[in-house]
Design a protein around this ligand. Structure first.
Ligand code: CA
Length: 265
């Protein structure tokens, strides 16, 4: 059983980075879309795969549109609503193509119609970037003046006044999304009467809406590194080590259980 638990850790781990206890980085590999693709097989997910390499030509870890979109856009579905604090964009660094990232809006929406068919009017714009980025300014921070609640996030380009032909293109290599979590949420959710005695168990939470929310709670605790989430019962257990108590071994083996790791960089 212990080996199977370790295998689960390996297969299901998600990369998180702690910021300051109130903002956390969303996990990668969420659904993404782009207005068009410069080459086939170059999916929108390349801008949300955890690879920040800015050399498009060599590494192909960036998105690039066809160059013919009236409003080039890229969208991300966070799968549920969060208080979105902002994003960091890892720009393209080869050639001089980093200057294409200008007149870019960060928009947030709760409207599923916005995801089905991009419409900038369905997004609340919380930041408009008009700089002339260089390699030295990477990554580019687009921070909302205050967090905006939404499930869908979009970056879209205003081509008005950008007369250079190369400005028809829209490219960047990675987006990091930060969400704000109120400080008091974890404390309110912990059940002090929980009977587990193992020192590796930090808290047992209930009524989590998803494994992502379970991980977000973990990210707020300095000693939390692993969670066990059950999709059937929406229970979320937080642990400070990879040594899961034997009493949880059977739970970890259930089909509805997800064992996820949170790394503190
Ligand atoms: Ca990437």
């Amino acid at each position: 059983m212990e080996k199977s638990i370790l295998l689960l850790f390996t297969l299901l781990n998600l990369l998180f980075v702690r910021l300051d206890g109130r903002s956390v980085l969303m996990p990668k590999f969420l659904p993404a879309k782009i207005s068009s693709q410069h080459t086939s097989g170059q999916s929108a997910e390349l801008a949300y795969n955890g690879n920040t390499d800015g050399h498009y030509v060599d590494a192909a870890q960036c998105v690039l549109n066809s160059g013919s979109d009236t409003v080039p856009w890229w969208m991300l579905d966070l799968l549920q609503s969060y208080r979105i604090a902002g994003v960091n964009v890892w720009n393209r660094l080869d050639s001089t193509d980093e200057v294409r990232f200008t007149q870019i809006s960060l928009g947030i929406s709760s409207d599923a119609a916005a995801w089905s068919s991009f419409n900038e009017n369905l997004f609340k714009r919380c930041f408009y970037f008009t700089g002339a980025p260089t390699d030295a300014t990477n990554p580019i921070s687009l921070t909302c003046p205050s967090p905006v609640v939404g499930r869908y996030l979009a970056l879209y380009k205003n081509r008005t006044g950008l007369t250079a032909s190369t400005q028809a293109y829209f490219n960047f290599c990675e987006v990091d999304v930060y969400v704000a979590v109120p400080d008091n949420e974890v404390a309110n959710a912990i059940q002090p009467s929980y009977s587990m005695t193992s020192i590796s168990l930090i808290a047992a939470l209930t009524q989590m809406r998803s494994d992502i929310e379970c991980l977000l709670r973990c990210s707020q605790l300095t000693n939390c590194l692993f969670v066990l989430f059950r999709t059937a019962t929406l229970e979320c257990w937080l642990f400070q080590s990879s040594i899961i108590p034997s009493s949880f071994a059977a739970v970890a083996g259930n089909a509805d259980a997800k064992l996820l790791a949170l790394y503190n960089n």
